[in-house]
Write a protein that binds this ligand. Structure first.
Ligand code: MG
Length: 273
Protein backbone atom coordinates (compact mmCIF):
# COMPACT_ATOMS: atom_id res chain seq x y z
CA UNK A 1 0.00 0.00 0.00
CA UNK A 2 1.27 3.47 -0.80
CA UNK A 3 1.37 5.95 2.10
CA UNK A 4 -1.92 7.87 2.60
CA UNK A 5 -3.82 5.49 0.31
CA UNK A 6 -7.52 6.25 0.39
CA UNK A 7 -9.87 3.88 2.12
CA UNK A 8 -13.38 3.42 3.45
CA UNK A 9 -15.02 1.53 6.28
CA UNK A 10 -16.42 -1.74 5.02
CA UNK A 11 -19.42 -3.49 6.52
CA UNK A 12 -19.00 -7.02 5.21
CA UNK A 13 -22.62 -8.00 5.87
CA UNK A 14 -24.19 -11.17 4.55
CA UNK A 15 -22.86 -10.68 1.03
CA UNK A 16 -19.15 -9.76 1.04
CA UNK A 17 -18.89 -9.91 -2.76
CA UNK A 18 -21.51 -7.16 -2.96
CA UNK A 19 -20.06 -4.99 -0.22
CA UNK A 20 -16.51 -5.27 -1.59
CA UNK A 21 -17.90 -4.46 -5.04
CA UNK A 22 -19.28 -1.21 -3.61
CA UNK A 23 -15.83 -0.30 -2.25
CA UNK A 24 -14.32 -0.93 -5.70
CA UNK A 25 -17.03 1.11 -7.36
CA UNK A 26 -16.25 4.06 -5.11
CA UNK A 27 -12.67 3.77 -6.28
CA UNK A 28 -11.10 3.17 -2.87
CA UNK A 29 -8.07 0.86 -2.97
CA UNK A 30 -8.21 0.03 0.76
CA UNK A 31 -10.76 -0.57 3.49
CA UNK A 32 -10.99 -1.17 7.20
CA UNK A 33 -13.38 -3.98 7.87
CA UNK A 34 -15.99 -4.04 10.62
CA UNK A 35 -16.51 -7.25 12.57
CA UNK A 36 -17.83 -9.78 10.04
CA UNK A 37 -20.82 -12.03 10.73
CA UNK A 38 -19.97 -15.06 12.88
CA UNK A 39 -19.99 -17.54 9.98
CA UNK A 40 -17.01 -15.76 8.37
CA UNK A 41 -14.80 -15.74 11.46
CA UNK A 42 -13.38 -19.26 11.14
CA UNK A 43 -13.20 -22.39 9.02
CA UNK A 44 -14.80 -22.59 5.61
CA UNK A 45 -16.51 -19.20 5.92
CA UNK A 46 -13.23 -17.45 6.67
CA UNK A 47 -11.55 -19.08 3.65
CA UNK A 48 -14.44 -18.02 1.43
CA UNK A 49 -14.25 -14.45 2.71
CA UNK A 50 -10.48 -14.37 2.23
CA UNK A 51 -10.87 -15.51 -1.40
CA UNK A 52 -13.55 -12.87 -2.01
CA UNK A 53 -11.30 -10.15 -0.58
CA UNK A 54 -8.30 -11.31 -2.63
CA UNK A 55 -10.37 -11.38 -5.82
CA UNK A 56 -11.75 -7.90 -5.15
CA UNK A 57 -8.28 -6.34 -5.12
CA UNK A 58 -9.26 -4.20 -2.10
CA UNK A 59 -6.55 -4.18 0.57
CA UNK A 60 -7.93 -4.64 4.07
CA UNK A 61 -5.83 -2.44 6.35
CA UNK A 62 -7.52 -3.26 9.67
CA UNK A 63 -10.32 -5.25 11.27
CA UNK A 64 -12.58 -3.56 13.81
CA UNK A 65 -14.04 -5.29 16.85
CA UNK A 66 -17.63 -4.60 17.80
CA UNK A 67 -19.61 -6.29 20.54
CA UNK A 68 -23.22 -7.29 21.01
CA UNK A 69 -25.10 -4.98 23.37
CA UNK A 70 -23.19 -1.79 22.50
CA UNK A 71 -25.05 1.48 22.01
CA UNK A 72 -23.76 4.95 21.14
CA UNK A 73 -27.07 6.69 21.96
CA UNK A 74 -25.57 9.18 24.42
CA UNK A 75 -22.52 9.45 26.65
CA UNK A 76 -23.90 7.64 29.74
CA UNK A 77 -25.05 4.78 27.47
CA UNK A 78 -21.62 4.57 25.80
CA UNK A 79 -20.07 4.45 29.28
CA UNK A 80 -22.38 1.62 30.29
CA UNK A 81 -22.29 -0.50 27.12
CA UNK A 82 -19.26 0.05 24.88
CA UNK A 83 -16.07 -1.95 24.69
CA UNK A 84 -14.04 -3.73 27.34
CA UNK A 85 -14.64 -1.25 30.16
CA UNK A 86 -18.10 -2.56 31.18
CA UNK A 87 -17.46 -5.41 33.61
CA UNK A 88 -20.37 -7.76 33.06
CA UNK A 89 -19.60 -8.67 29.42
CA UNK A 90 -15.83 -8.20 29.75
CA UNK A 91 -14.63 -11.81 29.88
CA UNK A 92 -16.88 -12.75 26.97
CA UNK A 93 -15.73 -9.77 24.91
CA UNK A 94 -12.05 -10.44 25.58
CA UNK A 95 -12.57 -13.94 24.21
CA UNK A 96 -14.31 -12.52 21.13
CA UNK A 97 -11.52 -9.98 20.67
CA UNK A 98 -8.94 -12.76 20.58
CA UNK A 99 -11.04 -14.64 18.02
CA UNK A 100 -11.18 -11.52 15.84
CA UNK A 101 -7.41 -11.10 16.19
CA UNK A 102 -6.96 -14.72 15.03
CA UNK A 103 -9.37 -14.14 12.15
CA UNK A 104 -7.42 -11.03 11.08
CA UNK A 105 -4.15 -12.98 11.27
CA UNK A 106 -5.58 -15.74 9.10
CA UNK A 107 -6.69 -13.34 6.39
CA UNK A 108 -3.33 -11.51 6.56
CA UNK A 109 -4.33 -8.31 8.38
CA UNK A 110 -1.92 -6.84 10.93
CA UNK A 111 -4.04 -4.28 12.76
CA UNK A 112 -7.09 -4.99 14.91
CA UNK A 113 -8.90 -2.00 16.40
CA UNK A 114 -11.60 -1.34 18.97
CA UNK A 115 -13.35 1.28 20.98
CA UNK A 116 -12.59 -0.16 24.38
CA UNK A 117 -14.85 2.30 26.21
CA UNK A 118 -14.20 5.16 28.61
CA UNK A 119 -10.86 4.59 30.33
CA UNK A 120 -10.89 5.97 33.89
CA UNK A 121 -9.14 9.32 34.13
CA UNK A 122 -8.09 8.54 37.68
CA UNK A 123 -5.39 5.87 37.75
CA UNK A 124 -6.31 5.03 41.34
CA UNK A 125 -9.75 3.91 40.12
CA UNK A 126 -10.08 0.33 41.41
CA UNK A 127 -10.68 -1.01 37.90
CA UNK A 128 -7.79 0.81 36.19
CA UNK A 129 -5.13 -1.81 36.94
CA UNK A 130 -7.54 -4.59 36.00
CA UNK A 131 -8.14 -2.96 32.61
CA UNK A 132 -4.39 -2.55 32.08
CA UNK A 133 -4.00 -6.29 32.69
CA UNK A 134 -6.79 -7.09 30.23
CA UNK A 135 -5.12 -4.95 27.59
CA UNK A 136 -1.73 -6.60 28.16
CA UNK A 137 -3.35 -10.00 27.74
CA UNK A 138 -4.93 -8.92 24.43
CA UNK A 139 -1.72 -7.30 23.18
CA UNK A 140 0.29 -10.40 24.07
CA UNK A 141 -2.19 -12.54 22.17
CA UNK A 142 -1.87 -10.26 19.11
CA UNK A 143 1.93 -10.24 19.38
CA UNK A 144 2.07 -13.99 18.81
CA UNK A 145 0.78 -13.41 15.28
CA UNK A 146 2.93 -10.31 14.74
CA UNK A 147 -0.16 -8.11 15.01
CA UNK A 148 -1.05 -4.78 16.57
CA UNK A 149 -4.00 -3.95 18.76
CA UNK A 150 -5.20 -0.38 18.20
CA UNK A 151 -7.24 1.88 20.44
CA UNK A 152 -9.80 4.01 18.64
CA UNK A 153 -9.62 7.58 19.96
CA UNK A 154 -12.34 9.81 21.24
CA UNK A 155 -13.64 8.65 24.55
CA UNK A 156 -10.77 10.10 26.54
CA UNK A 157 -8.37 13.01 26.29
CA UNK A 158 -4.99 12.55 24.62
CA UNK A 159 -3.34 12.86 28.07
CA UNK A 160 -5.38 10.01 29.54
CA UNK A 161 -4.84 7.88 26.43
CA UNK A 162 -1.09 8.47 26.51
CA UNK A 163 -0.83 7.54 30.19
CA UNK A 164 -2.93 4.42 29.59
CA UNK A 165 -0.68 3.34 26.68
CA UNK A 166 2.43 3.86 28.82
CA UNK A 167 0.93 1.90 31.70
CA UNK A 168 0.07 -1.03 29.43
CA UNK A 169 3.63 -0.91 28.13
CA UNK A 170 3.35 -3.13 25.06
CA UNK A 171 5.12 -2.37 21.75
CA UNK A 172 2.20 -3.61 19.66
CA UNK A 173 -0.36 -1.33 21.30
CA UNK A 174 -1.20 1.37 18.76
CA UNK A 175 -3.79 4.03 17.99
CA UNK A 176 -6.45 4.40 15.33
CA UNK A 177 -6.96 8.15 15.41
CA UNK A 178 -10.46 9.47 14.77
CA UNK A 179 -10.34 13.29 14.89
CA UNK A 180 -14.12 13.66 14.78
CA UNK A 181 -14.55 11.50 17.87
CA UNK A 182 -12.37 13.89 19.89
CA UNK A 183 -14.96 16.55 19.03
CA UNK A 184 -18.10 14.40 19.28
CA UNK A 185 -17.16 13.29 22.80
CA UNK A 186 -15.77 16.69 23.75
CA UNK A 187 -12.38 15.09 24.52
CA UNK A 188 -10.14 17.83 23.20
CA UNK A 189 -8.89 19.65 20.12
CA UNK A 190 -8.08 16.88 17.60
CA UNK A 191 -4.98 18.33 15.93
CA UNK A 192 -3.23 18.93 19.25
CA UNK A 193 -4.26 15.43 20.36
CA UNK A 194 -2.88 13.91 17.14
CA UNK A 195 0.47 15.57 17.77
CA UNK A 196 0.53 14.15 21.30
CA UNK A 197 -0.19 10.53 20.40
CA UNK A 198 1.25 10.66 16.87
CA UNK A 199 4.03 8.15 17.45
CA UNK A 200 1.44 5.43 18.12
CA UNK A 201 -0.89 6.16 15.21
CA UNK A 202 -1.05 3.39 12.58
CA UNK A 203 -4.56 4.10 11.28
CA UNK A 204 -6.94 7.04 11.03
CA UNK A 205 -10.59 7.74 10.38
CA UNK A 206 -11.27 10.68 8.14
CA UNK A 207 -14.45 11.85 9.75
CA UNK A 208 -15.80 15.25 10.74
CA UNK A 209 -18.11 16.60 13.40
CA UNK A 210 -19.42 19.46 15.51
CA UNK A 211 -18.88 19.86 19.24
CA UNK A 212 -21.66 18.74 21.60
CA UNK A 213 -24.00 21.45 22.78
CA UNK A 214 -25.89 19.53 25.49
CA UNK A 215 -24.68 17.74 28.59
CA UNK A 216 -24.36 13.94 28.20
CA UNK A 217 -25.03 14.15 24.46
CA UNK A 218 -22.54 13.47 21.70
CA UNK A 219 -21.84 16.17 19.13
CA UNK A 220 -23.03 15.87 15.53
CA UNK A 221 -21.18 13.96 12.86
CA UNK A 222 -20.89 15.94 9.60
CA UNK A 223 -19.80 15.23 6.02
CA UNK A 224 -16.01 15.47 5.71
CA UNK A 225 -14.87 19.09 5.48
CA UNK A 226 -18.07 20.51 7.00
CA UNK A 227 -17.35 19.98 10.69
CA UNK A 228 -14.89 21.45 13.18
CA UNK A 229 -11.91 19.10 12.61
CA UNK A 230 -10.16 21.16 9.95
CA UNK A 231 -9.50 18.27 7.58
CA UNK A 232 -6.83 20.18 5.65
CA UNK A 233 -4.88 20.72 8.88
CA UNK A 234 -5.52 17.12 9.88
CA UNK A 235 -3.99 15.74 6.67
CA UNK A 236 -1.15 18.28 6.83
CA UNK A 237 -0.38 17.20 10.41
CA UNK A 238 -0.40 13.52 9.41
CA UNK A 239 2.24 14.32 6.81
CA UNK A 240 4.20 16.36 9.35
CA UNK A 241 4.38 13.47 11.80
CA UNK A 242 5.42 11.06 9.03
CA UNK A 243 2.22 9.02 9.06
CA UNK A 244 2.26 6.40 6.31
CA UNK A 245 -0.99 4.50 6.87
CA UNK A 246 -4.26 4.76 4.98
CA UNK A 247 -6.78 7.61 5.05
CA UNK A 248 -9.94 5.68 5.87
CA UNK A 249 -13.21 7.53 5.45
CA UNK A 250 -15.84 6.83 8.06
CA UNK A 251 -19.36 8.21 7.55
CA UNK A 252 -21.75 6.81 10.10
CA UNK A 253 -25.02 7.21 8.24
CA UNK A 254 -26.55 4.87 5.66
CA UNK A 255 -28.21 4.86 2.24
CA UNK A 256 -27.68 7.11 -0.76
CA UNK A 257 -26.51 10.10 1.29
CA UNK A 258 -23.70 8.01 2.75
CA UNK A 259 -22.52 7.05 -0.75
CA UNK A 260 -22.62 10.68 -1.87
CA UNK A 261 -20.75 11.90 1.19
CA UNK A 262 -18.09 9.21 0.82
CA UNK A 263 -17.60 10.02 -2.87
CA UNK A 264 -17.18 13.71 -1.99
CA UNK A 265 -14.80 12.82 0.85
CA UNK A 266 -12.63 10.74 -1.51
CA UNK A 267 -12.36 13.74 -3.83
CA UNK A 268 -11.54 16.10 -0.98
CA UNK A 269 -8.82 13.80 0.41
CA UNK A 270 -7.36 13.22 -3.04
CA UNK A 271 -6.86 16.99 -3.30
CA UNK A 272 -5.29 17.26 0.16
CA UNK A 273 -2.94 14.27 0.33
MG1 MG B 1 -14.03 6.03 14.09
Amino acid sequence: MEPLALGVMLAVGENPRDSLGKVRKLGAPTAQMGRPPEKYLAGEGREELKRTIDESGVEITAVFCGYEGESYADIPTVRRTVGLVPKEPRARRVKETKAIIDFARDIGVRDVCAHIGFVAEDRSDPDYDELVKVMRDICDHAAKGGQNFCLETGQETAEVLLQFIRDIDRDNLKVNFDPANMILYGSGEPIAALKMVGQYVVGVHCKDGKWPTEKDQLGHEMPLGQGDVGIDRFVATLKEIGYEGALTIEREISGEQQKKDIAAALKLLESLK
